[in-house]
Design a protein around this ligand. Sequence first.
Ligand code: ARG
Ligand code: ZN
Ligand code: CA
Length: 396
Amino acid sequence: MRTCSRFFCILSIVLTLGCDLSGQISERPPCGQDLWEAKLMLSSIQRPRQNESLASQQRSQLIIPVVVHVVWRTWDENITDKLIVAQLEALNRDFNAENQDLGQVPYEFQDRIAKIGISFCLAAKTPTGQPTNGIVRVKTYVEEAGSTDSLFFDSTGGSSAWDTERYLNIWVANTGKYFSGYGTYPGLTPPNTTGVIINPKYFGLNEHSKYGLGRTLVHETGHYFGLKHVWASDPLCEADDEIEDTPKQKNPHFGCPDYPQSSCTESDMFMNFMDYVDDPCMCMFTRGQKEKIWASIETLRPALLNNTVEYYCILSTLNKGFDFTLSPNPATNSLTIRFSEQEGGLKEVQIFDLLGRLRMRISTLVNLIFKLEINDLEPGMYVIKVDGRAQIFIKA
Ligand code: ARG
Ligand code: ZN
Ligand code: CA
């Protein structure tokens, strides 16, 4: 072999610079971002320049509607509504410095901690104005759909983006063993492939000691808003992450390092969300990163600032006086539950037969309307309970 192609050169450099090839979740986080950047470098798109000064203005909380595309092949990839809600709560916690573990930030960095002031909610309306719970589920036959561009289109076994100027699109799909996810940098990808891609193994809250706190999504969402890794892989310590208040750092940190660590004369800020440490050991964004995020939004994702209220969130708090109606009743294949105005949230739906036996149980995120498949029930009379409120229906 005379020369390798440029693509594979970049790929192999990237892979030897601190990637984990075993792909085991218990080892180092595989670096999807680097692979994705290498791919981007090849397509040689110019990165637009950003004006950072705009962002220093104080802003009120921005709410970004999110659509989660669950593109699954095996059942364990078809993650639950409940897990999605928990993951978004974790994202909101970390983007607003409400995480309880900020106390582990060393004294020297404490005054750099930033509350980004952005929250994320599951979209309550589709791009055409239909009610939704912000979750799209697609069963795919594509293996490792998350590592291919077929992920982004209905026609190729994926799920097509919702207007990426107004929604944050998150695709949860098997990305294979080489990376856990990536976030597309602002202005660098075609609109219909813009957003965050994440492997279901790293999504949401779970028992995993290294990646169980939902921080892979926090990290990838940082990339989506233009943040780079805090280290720059420069042995001369000249390159940096273009953020003033993050110290220069040569290489990523893994696991849970003891404090202090240093690589470019200063102390490394390895507890930053944009390093590669384990979830329990990353906990902060800086003020400089906050400025960068807001500058990216204002210059490259401005439509996110003008979202109209109807695209906003499903109410996650329960409306005490909620009511629901059932139709059709009797029903044959599916039963539609319609909630009173503005009712939504994670609801526990249970169906009992007349002997009081629990026949179905679903914990689901509802927004005004919810369709329940009842094919598996025998004809007869049933009691349906939604968060404790009961009604009777007949299966024909
Ligand atoms: N694979 C991710 C990326 O390169 C980083 C993983 C983040 N680390 C974590 N502890 N969740 O974009
Ligand atoms: Zn990354
Ligand atoms: Ca820096």
